[in-house]
Design a binder for this molecule. Structure first.
Ligand code: ZN
Length: 205
């Protein structure tokens, strides 16, 4: 390996340059940086966006009808799109499994950052609408609730209200972790597929 400082040709895997003593081992961020393949990451992002649009067309009406939990729907779509995007990244520009994992992870980070802004805005708007509907229905709700013992009713009400944001928050955290796992798995799976295709080709030739 050639020393970037003085140009001395060192043996591979030496930690310091024999001539000038420069540290030749890259730090964690430099190593991560040199393994990122931007072309592969953007190819993965492009495919992820396609999957996102496709999923919205396929399942969007189901989600809007309320047949499934919105957070679960969002999680399913995100995991699917990042996994397929990761496979694309792995196939386009990764050499080994570690490479595929790092690039897949990086791809899901970018996808989540972009989507985070969009989803954050949508959630803020829908929460605002939900809050105004709830406050508009409040007089009606309290008149029907008065038929049950009031101490029981208020207790159960405040309980579910205070736990609801916590559940949503936890679901969000789980979804984010799953998205990163899906990106990393997709990336290395893409490398696995590419290697498999190469082997099959070599066997056929
Ligand atoms: Zn040197």
């Amino acid at each position: 390996m050639e020393c970037p400082e003085c140009g001395h040709e060192n043996k591979t895997n030496v930690k310091f340059c024999k001539k000038c003593g420069k540290n030749l081992k890259k730090n964690y961020i430099e190593r991560f940086n040199s393994q990122i393949n931007l072309l592969a990451v953007f190819a993965g992002l492009a495919i992820s966006t396609l999957i996102l649009i496709l999923c919205s067309f396929l399942y969007g009406s189901v989600a809007v009808s309320g047949a499934i939990d919105l957070t679960i729907y969002i999680g399913l779509v995100l995991v699917t799109m990042v996994f397929v995007g990761g496979i694309t990244t792995g196939i386009v520009g990764c050499r080994d499994f570690e490479d595929g994992m790092i690039n897949g992870l990086f791809m899901s980070l970018i996808a989540l950052t972009i989507l985070g802004f969009i989803l954050g805005i949508i959630l803020l708007i829908t929460m605002g609408i939900a809050a105004s509907i709830a406050s508009a229905l409040k007089p009606f709700a309290s008149s029907t609730a008065s038929q049950t013992p009031s101490y029981l009713n208020t207790a159960s009400n405040s309980n579910s209200n205070s736990l609801e944001p916590l559940y949503t928050f936890l679901k969000g955290i789980i979804i984010i972790i799953l998205v990163f796992v899906a990106g990393a798995l997709g990336g290395s799976f893409g490398v696995f597929l590419k290697n498999g295709i190469k082997k099959a080709r070599n066997r056929g030739a």
